[in-house]
Design a protein around this ligand. Structure first.
Ligand code: ACO
Length: 318
């Protein structure tokens, strides 16, 4: 029996920083409102000409270095993104070319903020079946490009960035289990309505019924925690670290309470990064690995909720 194990992590944030105070000059908001309702203090944004693939490449190279794996050893490249550079080729193919790799499968996966959790599940299945030995899984986003910068209800929430992990085949987990769900009945609560289904592509931006999304997110993430623990016969005290999707500190606190975990055991980056969609979990993960908080052998629970709605979890023995 084969399992996948995390060999290395990496991440990258664009240099440009926008604080809450900077946003006060753009839309009718206050630093205090943003901080109190979301926990966000600042976010990083791409500059003109900086792309999703640029962010992904830096994060990927850092993860490869940390893993001690050459790009030529990869046999799967997977990018979770909602903001690909082109309709096609996929950003994963663009990244493959940048890394100088040829031949291995490379594709994008779109599950909005749950994208990284979805991509980990898919990569894990490649490795478990023997179809891949070494997989690069990236979450990379330039969400700032699909924001309406005149809409204070959305533009204050998001940021750009990328995170990556290299997975390798191992005899023991590794990824213990993953649990994915979606419910398209909620398609209109959180969406970018533009696209080729409406004719020729036009500019389109995130629209969200924030407080309805909030309510569903809190209950759904509570359920996914129970589902993950029950599937493995574990209790809440078996989880050492919660690495949640970083949308809102209040949603994160609610999930931590559900797990009975003190906030010191929750990796929080929403204050400094905002919501970076599919990049938020690998960004947070890499930060906590590099600063020494997360150690080998510990049990990690990743969970995410996003547009679709999509949601899921990954339980990892790191
Ligand atoms: N500054 C000041 N006031 C604001 C702002 C702002 N930036 N935005 C909204 N307000 C106002 C509203 O207009 C409203 O005013 P009113 O009472 O006069 O009508 C008031 O603040 C309260 O608005 P709510 O939307 O009820 O505020 P809420 O406490 O729900 O917070 C938020 C809004 C932060 C968006 C929250 O609902 C949330 O986090 N939702 C979930 C987001 C999420 O998890 N998304 C999923 C992942 S994202 C993805 O998949 C792409």
């Amino acid at each position: 029996m084969k399992y996948s194990r995390i060999l290395g992590t990496g991440s990258h944030l664009p240099a440009r920083v926008m604080t809450n105070a900077d946003l006060e000059a753009i839309v009718d908001t206050t630093s205090a409102w943003i901080r109190e309702r979301t926990g966000i203090e600042k976010r990083h944004l791409v500059s003109e000409g900086e792309t999703c693939c640029d962010l992904a490449e830096v994060a990927a190279r850092r993860a490869l270095d940390a893993a001690g794996v050459q790009a030529s050893e990869l046999d799967l490249i997977l990018i979770a993104t909602t903001t690909p550079d082109r309709f096609f080729p996929s950003t994963a193919c663009l990244l493959q070319q940048r890394l100088g790799v040829r031949g291995c499968p490379a594709f994008d996966l779109q599950a909005v903020c749950a994208g990284f959790v979805y991509a980990m599940d898919v990569a894990d299945r490649f490795i478990r079946t023997g179809a891949a030995q070494r997989a690069l899984v990236v979450g990379s986003e330039t969400i700032s490009r699909i924001l309406d910068w005149t809409d204070r209800t959305t533009c204050v929430l998001f940021g750009d960035g990328a995170g990556a992990v290299v997975l390798g085949s191992a005899d023991e987990p590794g990824i213990v289990s993953s649990h994915l769900h979606a419910d398209g009945a909620y398609k209109d609560l959180l969406q970018v309505p533009g696209g080729i289904g409406n004719g020729r592509p036009e500019a389109a931006f995130i629209e969200m019924k924030g407080n309805e999304v909030f309510r569903v997110a809190v209950t759904t993430l509570g359920r996914i925690v129970d589902e993950t623990l029950q599937a493995n016969g574990l209790s809440r005290s078996d989880v050492d670290w919660l690495i949640p999707h970083q949308a809102n500190i209040r949603i994160i606190q609610a999930t931590a309470r559900k797990l009975d975990l003190p906030m010191e055991r929750v990796v929080v980056t929403v204050d400094a990064h905002g919501n970076t969609s599919s990049a938020s979990i690998p960004l947070a993960f890499d930060q906590a690995v590099r600063d020494g908080r997360i150690r080998r052998g510990e049990m990690l629970l990743m969970e995410a909720f996003g547009g679709g709605f999509t949601w899921g979890s990954v339980l990892i023995r790191y």
